[in-house]
Each structure stands twice: as C-alpha cells, then as structure tokens.
Write a protein that binds this ligand. Structure first.
Ligand SMILES: [Zn+2]
Ligand SMILES: [Zn+2]
Length: 260
C-alpha cells in the first residue's frame, strides 16, 4: 500500500511525525508551527503528483497535552480539519483549553481501533500528564510502536511493544549531563523520575531486549538539547546496530527523517 513514515521534527522544542498511506496523512502529535508543517505537506503532495483536494483523510493522534506535542494544533486544525484521537482525559483537557469538542474521538488503553487500512492500539505510559498514551500502529507493511515521554519501561509497557518490528523511542537524557545542567533541582528530579523521561541507557536496554524478539529498526527521538548530546546518543545507536543488529537512527530537532 506504499506506506511512508517521516519524523518531521523531534525534541524538547516540538514533536510531530506522520505516516502517509496513499493519499491519507496520519500524524502523531502536533508540536510544530504551521510554517513547518504546511511546507512539509505541500512537498509531499507535489512529490506524489496530487493536489490538496485529493487528500483522502487527515488524522491526528495525540500522545499527551504537553506543549511540545500540541503547540501547533490550533493553526493546524484551522487549516486542515483533521479527526483527532487521544485518551479520554487528554481530550477533556484539550477541550477545557478551548478546542472544539466535535473534532475529537476518544480511545481506551489496550483497545485496538481498526481503520480501513491500518489499526492502532494505545497503551498507557508513565509520564506526568493527565492520561498519556503510547501507540502501536499496524499497517499491512509495517508494525510501528511510538513510545516517547515515558519515565520508565514497566512490565505493562514492555508487553505492549514486545514483538514490534520498528520502534520510535525516546532517548531523552544522559544522567551526567542532566546532573550538571542548569535546570533547577525540581526539574532534574522530575525528568529522572518514573513519570519523567527516558535516559539513553534505558532506551538502549529496551532495544537490546526487543532485539531478541522481532525488532529490526529503531529511531531515537525526543533527545534533550540541554541534558544530552547527539554524539552520545549516536554512540548508543551504533551499539544497537553492532551488538543487537537493530538499524538505529538518531532524530535531531532541526532535521526530518524518512523512516519507511
Ligand atoms: Zn511530555
Ligand atoms: Zn515531550
């Protein structure tokens, strides 16, 4: 069915990625400004030789309500009117913050939702948001798990992604760089807590475990600009390839990546 997947941008200052399935666009999170999203969509439309009017459908899945995942929603909605899916409490929060109720559909953790040509199963993650979700997408050609903004990998989370073939995984911080960063102590504690973010080592360990199942490809995302370095994350990525045979890419904040 000619599936494509691009990380448009990822990091603490904004996250959004998109699956393209024929003339359908399926976004995960909208933390980027319209002046970054719109040229991306237009490029893809042009590349594939169709027009705006031919777009079948635009769907947006939201992981949680933090700004770096939703900051671009308002202008995006007024331009493209997507159908938006998220957890019940995240949707409630967004409506309370002024979004129109009619745009949203709620999903329940562990209940797979089937669309025409793909399915999605949300799962609960540990993060300091009202009801954050990770997502497991299944397409005819690919099985992709999306797991960012997660403090720890509990047994439940591990089970949700256990036999995935591709994972988009947070590799947020290096403990030493976090400790020496200029962040206030409460923020350092929050990031390192089980409701904060995932360290490079935690991400590496999960890839190691998943490589014994079906994992073939990983993308390390949401790399902190203040408490991490791309060089360190790149070393972990190389280790994932050399030691576990998982092709691993590091997504930088200002670059976009075609994954599939
Ligand atoms: Zn977050
Ligand atoms: Zn985030």
């Amino acid at each position: 069915m000619n599936l494509k997947y691009d990380i448009i941008s990822s990091g603490s200052s904004g996250n959004s990625s998109v699956f393209r399935l024929g003339k359908k666009f399926i976004f995960v999170d909208m933390g980027l400004p319209l002046n970054q999203i719109q040229p991306f969509i237009e490029d893809k439309i042009e590349e594939n030789g169709f027009s705006h009017f031919d777009i079948d459908e635009i769907i947006l899945f939201i992981t949680h309500e933090h700004n770096d995942h939703i900051a671009g929603m308002k202008p995006f909605l007024s331009k493209y009117s997507p159908k938006i899916y998220s957890s019940e409490r995240t949707v409630e929060r967004l409506i309370k913050n002024g979004f129109d109720e009619d745009l949203f559909y709620t999903m329940e953790a562990d209940v797979e939702v089937t669309f025409n040509d793909f399915s999605v199963k949300p799962f609960r993650i540990k993060h300091d948001a009202v009801e954050p979700f990770g997502y497991r997408f299944k397409f005819e050609e690919a099985d992709v798990s999306y797991l960012t903004d997660v403090g720890i990998i509990s047994d439940y989370i591990y089970k949700a992604v256990e036999d995935t073939e591709t994972i988009i995984l947070e590799s947020n911080y290096d403990p030493e760089l976090l400790k020496n960063s200029e962040y206030p102590n409460f923020l350092k504690t929050r990031i390192a807590s089980s409701f904060g973010h995932l360290s490079n080592e935690d991400a590496h360990n999960l890839i190691c475990k998943l490589s014994m199942k079906k994992l073939e490809k990983a993308v390390l995302v949401h790399v902190s600009e203040n408490c991490n370095s791309y060089e360190i994350v790149q070393k972990y990525a190389e280790s994932c390839f050399q030691n576990f045979n998982v092709v691993t890419t590091v997504a930088k904040q200002k670059e976009n990546y075609s994954i599939i």
